[in-house]
Design a protein around this ligand. Structure first.
Ligand code: ADE
Length: 231
């Protein structure tokens, strides 16, 4: 898979892209991540990319010219056109099913905003898939893009050593349960013992116990915004 990241701050990605899982996936050519600086598509001596909103209001907006030119230029860099994702807090909220959908694309183009967001003509011109990683506001789309790259990369065949481990992750599989508790050595830590069933060697019992734990863990998760118990 090829992932293009369009940003005003490409340097934010350096440590992240070299990190263990992703660095290895890139070196093995399972994933190709290309960074492009939106400012390279700005015009004038000042290479301006942002300006004040018409009608007043706080902050600055990304101008449509440099952003659209950048996306168009990047799209020309490979034979397959990329699926354009605009990172924005107002987009559809990402979940594991959404990550799986993105992981099936041959190429992604992740468009990172800054300041107060994009001039709306970026959306009108490009009709991007607008994605939010959660109901909170980040200073820009870069961290959201990293979240997507990380979550997508681990689903690509060959990236995780053990194919089964992605399938067993929380939110994966038809029932989308979160994982229940897991244990490693020692058998006892500060008086807390590993549940006997896990030491029983009975794989059927272990699988049933794990499923029950996953159901309980899923039920007791933090409730949604609409839940009456939330203060
Ligand atoms: N940019 C700013 N906040 C964001 C969020 N929550 N998700 C995606 N992009 C963003």
């Amino acid at each position: 898979m090829r992932i293009d990241i369009l940003t005003l701050f490409p340097e934010m990605f350096t440590g992240f892209l070299d990190g263990s899982l992703l660095g290895e996936a890139r070196r093995s050519r399972l994933i190709d991540v290309c960074l492009t600086n939106i400012r390279d598509f700005a015009e004038g001596v000042h290479r301006q990319v942002d300006d004040r909103p018409y009608g007043g209001g706080p902050g600055m907006l990304l101008m449509p010219g440099p952003v659209v030119s950048c996306v168009e230029a990047v799209q020309q860099q490979a034979a397959v056109p990329g699926h354009v994702v605009m990172l924005t807090p107002g987009g559809r909220r990402l979940d594991q099913a959404g990550v799986e959908e993105l992981a099936r694309k041959e190429r992604l183009v992740l468009l990172c905003g800054r300041y107060e967001g994009f001039d709306d003509r970026v959306r009108e011109t490009l009709s991007p898939d607008q994605v939010s990683i959660g109901d909170y506001v980040l200073s820009g789309g870069e961290v959201a893009a990293m979240v997507i790259v990380d979550a997508v990369a681990r689903l690509l065949p060959g990236v995780l050593g053990d194919e089964e481990s992605a399938r067993q992750d929380s939110f994966s599989g038809a029932d989308r349960l979160v994982e229940g508790p897991q244990y490693t050595r020692p058998r006892e830590f500060r008086g807390l013992r590993v549940p006997d069933v896990l030491l029983s060697g009975d794989h059927g019992r272990i699988a049933r116990w794990r499923h029950e734990q996953a159901v309980d863990a899923t039920r007791s998760r933090v409730p949604t915004n609409l839940s009456p118990s939330r203060s």
